[in-house]
Design a protein around this ligand. Structure first.
Ligand SMILES: Cc1cc2nc3c(=O)[nH]c(=O)nc-3n(C[C@H](O)[C@H](O)[C@H](O)COP(=O)(O)OP(=O)(O)OC[C@H]3O[C@@H](n4cnc5c(N)ncnc54)[C@H](O)[C@@H]3O)c2cc1C
Length: 458
C-alpha cells in the first residue's frame, strides 16, 4: 500500500515516519528544496536562522512520538529564564518582568494549579479527532467552570491577575494560536500551564536540528523524498484520488495525505471541501532575521508590548498594519541558550493581518525600540525581512497566513478542518489547519492521529 504525502512540513515528515513504521510504502513530495516547511532554517555566513518556531513546548508529546517509533526522544535544553515581557511606550524604557525557574507569586501559583486541570483534561481530547459529541463528555460537563469553553482567555485571566503586565504575560501566547486573548477560548490557558509550569525547552540544534533528526530518520527507514516538486494537479476518478502531478510528473498512490496548505489543496480538487469565506485565518507576520555583533542584553524569548495592544489586535481583524506606536512584537535570541551557535542571530516577529505586505518602517521602529528597551549595543551585519507575500510564495499559504486557521471557539476541536475528505475517501489531511491545531506539538499530534486513522482504514 503506497501513501503519497504532499508537503514535507513537520506534519508531513512526522506522518511519513509513523506510516512507514506501520508498514506502508511512503513517498513525500515537497515544493521547496529542503524539508521542514515553516520550520525550515537558512544560513548566511556565520548566521543561522530558524525561520519559524522557537518555543519547544509540551515535551511529553515529542517523547510519545519518538517512543511510538521505538526511538530515543530528541535531546532538549531547558530555557532559563522562560520569557521576559516588556510594556511601555515605543522608543522608551518601560516596565519589565522576567520569569525565572520556579519563582511564582501567589496569583501565578493559583493560576497554574487551575490551568493544570485544563491541561490534564485536554489530553483526553487532543490525541484523537474530536467530534461534536465529545463536548458532552462527562468530565467536561461536570467541570464547566474549571474547563471554560465559552469564556475568553482574557476574561478567565482577569479572575487571577490585576496587574496589566501579568495580563499581558498570560495573554501573549494567544498570538501563537492565531488569535487574541479577547477571542480565543479560555481552555487555551493550558498553553500557559505548559510555558510557566512545565517550562520552555529548546531542541538540540534548534528547530533545524529537530527537522534534520526527523528527515534523517525517515531516509534511514526508507521514506522516499521528492524535493522541488510542487504539486499543481490532483487526478480523481470514481470517488478516489488516483494521482497527483508536479508539472508533467505523475505520482500515483493508494492513499493520499495532504500536508500542503489546506486552502491551496482544496482548490486543486473538483470542488472545495470548505466554505473559505466563513473561515477566520490566523495572522501572518513580518519577520526580520538579523545577524548582529556586539552586546545583546536579551534572554532567549522576549515579548514587547507598546502602547495599546488591543489596537494591535484590532489592526489584525481590520486587515490594516498596526500603528507604529501601538506595535507589539516578539524577539528570539537563541544564542542566550545555545552557545554552540557561531553567530548572534536575532529574529523579530511582528504579527500582522494576512493579505498585507511587509513594511520596513515597522521593522526599523522595532529594532530601535529593542535596543533602547534592552540597553543593548550591537551592529546589524545582516538583515533579511520576510512577510505575508513570502509565506504565500514559499508555502502556498492562503493570503500569506503564518499559522493557518485561528483557534476561535467555532474553529476548535471538531470545528477545525476534517482530517479525511468526505467525498474522496482515500484523501487525508495533516497539519496546523486540522485538529488539534497550530504549533509543532499540535501538528505532531495531528500526524499521530491521522496515521492511526489511515492504518485502521487501509
Ligand atoms: C514565524 C513562525 C513562528 C512560529 N513559532 C512557533 C513556536 O515557537 N512553537 C511552535 O510550536 N510553533 C510555532 N509556529 C507554528 C509551527 O511552526 C507550525 O504550526 C508548523 O510548523 C506547521 O507545520 P505543518 O506541517 O502543518 O505545515 P507547513 O510547515 O506549512 O508544511 C507544509 C509543507 O507543504 C509544502 N507545500 C505547500 N504547497 C505544496 C505543493 N503544492 N506541493 C508540494 N508541497 C507543498 C510547503 O512547502 C511545506 O513544506 C510558528 C510558525 C511560524 C510561521
Amino acid at each position: 500500500m503506497r501513501v503519497v504525502i504532499v508537503g514535507a512540513g513537520i506534519g508531513g515528515i512526522s506522518s511519513a515516519l509513523l506510516l512507514k513504521k506501520r508498514g506502508f510504502e511512503v513517498v513525500v513530495v515537497e515544493k521547496n528544496d529542503t524539508p521542514g516547511g515553516r520550520a525550515r532554517y537558512f544560513q548566511q555566513g556565520e548566521f543561522k536562522f530558524d525561520m519559524g518556531p522557537s518555543w519547544y513546548l509540551m515535551p511529553e508529546v515529542f517523547q510519545d512520538f519518538f517512543s511510538s517509533l521505538g526511538e530515543e526522544g530528541h535531546p532538549v535544553i531547558k530555557v532559563e529564564p522562560k520569557v521576559r515581557i516588556d510594556q511601555g511606550k515605543l522608543g522608551e524604557k518601560g516596565e519589565s518582568i522576567t520569569f525565572y525557574k520556579d519563582e511564582r507569586g501567589e496569583e501565578l501559583q493559583r493560576y497554574l494549579e487551575d490551568t493544570k486541570f485544563m491541561y490534564e483534561l485536554s489530553k483526553k481530547f487532543i490525541r484523537k479527532e474530536m467530534t461534536v459529541l465529545d463536548f458532552l463528555d462527562r468530565d467536561i460537563l461536570s467541570n464547566v467552570s474549571r474547563f471554560p469553553i465559552f469564556e475568553t482567555l482574557d476574561r478567565f485571566n482577569s479572575r487571577y491577575f490585576k496587574e496589566e503586565i501579568m495580563m499581558k504575560s498570560m495573554g501573549f501566547s494567544s498570538v501563537f494560536l492565531g488569535g487574541s486573548p479577547y477571542k480565543i477560548p479560555a481552555i487555551y490557558a493550558m498553553i500557559n500551564y505548559s510555558i510557566f509550569a512545565q517550562g520552555v525547552y529548546y531542541p538540540e540544534g534548534g528547530f533545524e536540528g529537530y527537522v534534520k533528526r526527523l528527515y534523517n530518520l525517515a531516509r534511514r527507514m526508507g521514506v522516499e523524498f521528492k524535493f522541488n516538486s510542487p504539486v499543481n494537479k490532483v487526478k480523481v476518478e470514481d470517488k478516489k484520488v488516483v494521482a497527483v502531478y508536479s508539472g508533467e510528473e505523475r505520482i500515483e498512490g493508494d492513499v493520499f495525505l495532504f500536508n500542503m496548505d489546506y486552502h491551496y489543496a482544496d482548490n486543486l480538487l473538483p470542488e472545495p471541501t470548505v466554505e473559505w469565506s466563513e473561515r477566520k485565518l490566523a495572522p501572518s507576520s513580518i519577520l526580520a532575521f538579523l545577524g548582529v555583533k556586539g552586546e545583546v542584553n536579551l534572554p532567549h524569548h522576549t515579548v514587547i508590548v507598546n502602547g495599546d495592544w488591543r489596537d494591535h489586535f484590532s489592526s489584525i481583524e481590520e486587515r490594516r498594519l498596526p500603528s507604529i506606536e501601538n506595535m507589539s512584537y516578539y524577539v528570539s535570541y537563541r544564542r542566550a541558550t545555545d552557545d554552540k551557535l557561531m553567530g548572534q542571530d536575532l529574529v523579530i516577529l511582528i504579527p500582522v493581518a494576512p493579505g498585507l505586505r511587509k513594511e520596513s518602517s515597522l521593522v526599523d521602529a522595532a529594532l530601535k525600540d529593542l535596543t533602547v528597551k534592552s540597553e543593548s549595543k550591537f551592529e546589524v551585519k545582516y538583515m533579511r525581512t520576510y512577510g505575508p507575500e513570502d509565506f504565500s510564495q514559499d508555502y502556498n499559504a492562503y493570503l500569506g497566513t503564518s499559522f493557518g486557521l485561528a483557534h476561535t471557539l467555532d474553529q476548535t476541536g471538531p470545528f477545525r478542518m476534517p482530517m479525511r475528505n468526505k467525498r474522496f475517501r482515500n484523501l487525508f489531511y495533516v497539519g496546523q489547519y486540522t485538529q488539534p491545531g497550530i504549533g509543532v506539538p499540535m501538528v505532531t499530534l495531528s500526524a499521530m492521529i491521522v496515521s492511526k486513522k489511515i492504518s485502521e482504514s487501509f
